[in-house]
Design a protein around this ligand. Sequence first.
Ligand SMILES: [Zn+2]
Length: 240
Amino acid sequence: MTAMAAGVLAAGAYAYAGMWPTSQLFGRCVVAAKNPSHIALTFDDGPNDPDTFHLLEVLAKHDVRATFFMIGRFVRQRPEIARAVAAAGHLIGNHTMTHPLLLIRPPRLVRQELRDCNAALEDALGTAIHWFRPPHGGRRPDVLRAARELGLTPVLWNAMGYDWKATTPDAVERNILRSFRRNARRGYATNALLHDGGQAALGQDRRHTIAAVDRMIQRWKDEFALRGEVCEFVTPEAWV
Ligand SMILES: [Zn+2]
């Protein structure tokens, strides 16, 4: 093997360890337990106006508890949305202050991003934060160490809605269900990455996500009921 090929391979392994959502090479992260009847719906990049409120209505209609990984700078702008999510009983986690790719940032900035988001959430909610999702899934050992020093457990995912861009409810549903069936075949729970907001600004249109969530929850409930089973909508707390 040439030195260059070795370098390319090493870079590939580094990218895998640092970006691939189910990789554990850079330290343990919560992905999903071995329980195919567990489904965790997780929503990143909020709070967002008005779609976070619309999503809360859909989750309440189905009596489903979900997880929201929030961007600190939006929490500072609209703390009342974060409080509404907490008041509805959902789990709230840290998604950094400004949503950088932590994999390529200096350790000092990584710690600052995590601390500032925790402070924004704790000021808004009055409770300690225990969960963290790295933006884009990007991480390295010191990112996970910094999170743990703040009492934060890192959470990744094993299903993606690809809903951060304009798309249709059908496409979001198809993406999640494809991963759900693969996870179930392997005996695993599904940890679905969806977005109630967007990193660019408040006011992102997430109607496609909300419509897809409404339909998916009903579909899961019906499919499990047909087999005489019940699907449980959980948060990462159920898996540690
Ligand atoms: Zn994000």
